[in-house]
Design a protein around this ligand. Structure first.
Ligand code: NAD
Length: 355
């Protein structure tokens, strides 16, 4: 059988450290299954090729079934002109892969419950939901305009626009995900005010009819931002448009506590996926063996689940992470008194030994 083709972007700062750990975990959980193609992107590509995303790198990602990224950027490239900044490469990969659905899990690992800033009785009910955010439409991609009013005053507008197919395809992603979970979808909009939200709600309701087992709730975004911290245990799959999702997913990452622990996936048509932890290149700890590799390792698990349908192997990785945390082993970012401090590479090895 031919191997599965995965593009790998180690990136800058701690990127190569957390990616190195993840590739070792994937090789252990599914030996000889993947062919990894390492590509240059970000600051390292600027240094080597004079641009953040060489055409060849993008081509390799486009030809792969999945792309795995560590992180890019760092102070060395902060003064580059905008088109030569590492982040430009990131946007280039996302749009070149045509990914339209961003998936961010928000799950509290029981041993890390103390990192949750919410009240103990709220956190103890368990937090395990997914935000499915539309990634290529809405106000970020609508018409942006600065103009002068007839009275000569400066004014500006940004247009929020969604078409039916954009809403339909993201709704399907959410309902399919809910089918493999607790079967509850909460669609978040502002349908009491926005016309685009009323269309959103109409289409989500149409799609819901194809998933009769899934319960659909609607919430206005302002109420949703409150309910996420009041009763987070009641959410299973949240689906929402680009801007609302941007804000709510950052709120969700704070509920969970540590930035080094959270993976994300961006999915396109078919099984194509782009997987990256939510953290950056952490130049302050790069090269010191302090980086927590768990966020990226969990990206590997998401890749197995969403791009390759390898759910059993994904479960194994998630369980191994759980066990390491239960054993009280902690990298510096999640260390608390009474637990055992270990390095990033020790964390990698402890996870591998439990697979
Ligand atoms: P950051 O996420 O890199 O770091 C914020 C803080 O969290 C730092 O103190 C860092 O040490 C810590 N941290 C992050 N990941 C960690 C991990 N895995 N283990 C332990 N600690 C971790 O954010 P920043 O400092 O704002 O940005 C640094 C650089 O990363 C910038 O150049 C920024 O542009 C870039 N960045 C890249 C991405 C990406 O590649 N997707 C995302 C965000 C920021």
């Amino acid at each position: 059988m031919s191997k599965k083709n995965v593009a790998v972007i180690p990136g800058d700062g701690i990127g190569p450290e957390v990616i190195g750990a993840t590739l070792k975990v994937l090789e252990k959980v599914a030996p000889n299954t993947f062919e990894f193609h390492e590509v240059a992107m970000g600051g390292n590509a600027i240094d080597k090729y004079g641009e953040p995303l060489p055409a060849e790198s993008l081509k390799i990602c486009q030809n792969a079934e999945a792309t795995l990224l560590g992180a890019v950027g760092g102070p060395k490239w902060d003064n580059q002109p905008p088109e030569k900044r590492p982040e430009r490469g990131l946007l280039g990969v996302r749009s070149g892969l045509e990914v339209f659905a961003n998936i961010r899990p928000a799950k509290i690992f029981a041993p890390l419950a103390s990192a949750c800033p919410l009240r103990k009785d709220i956190a103890e009910k368990g937090i395990d939901f997914i935000i499915v955010r539309e990634l290529t439409g809405g106000i970020y991609f609508g018409k942006h305009e600065a103009f002068k009013t007839p009275e000569g005053e400066r004014a500006a507008r940004d247009v929020m626009e969604y078409s039916e197919h954009e809403i339909r395809r993201i709704a399907h992603v959410a309902f399919k995900m809910a089918m493999g979970r607790r079967k509850i979808v909460t669609s978040i909009d502002k349908a009491n005010i926005l016309t685009s939200s009323r269309l959103w709600r109409e289409i989500v309701e149409e799609v819901a009819k194809e998933y009769p087992e899934v319960k659909l709730n609607h919430l206005y975004v302002d109420n949703a931002s409150m309910q996420l911290i009041r009763v987070p245990s009641e959410f299973d799959v949240i689906v929402t448009e680009n801007t609302f999702g941007d804000i709510l997913s950052d709120e969700a990452s704070q509920i969970i506590g540590s930035i080094g622990m959270i993976p994300s996936a961006s999915l396109g048509e078919g099984n194509r996926g782009f997987y990256e932890p939510i953290h950056g290149s952490a130049p302050d700890i790069a090269g010191q063996n302090k980086a927590n590799p768990i966020g990226t390792i969990l990206c590997g698990a998401m890749m197995l689940r969403y791009s390759f349908n390898m759910n059993a192997e994904a479960d194994k990785i998630e369980n191994a992470v759980d066990e390491v945390l239960k054993a009280g082993l902690r990298t510096p970012d999640i260390y608390t008194e009474g637990t055992k401090l270990i390095t990033g590479s020790q964390m990698r090895d402890e996870i591998i030994s439990r697979l």
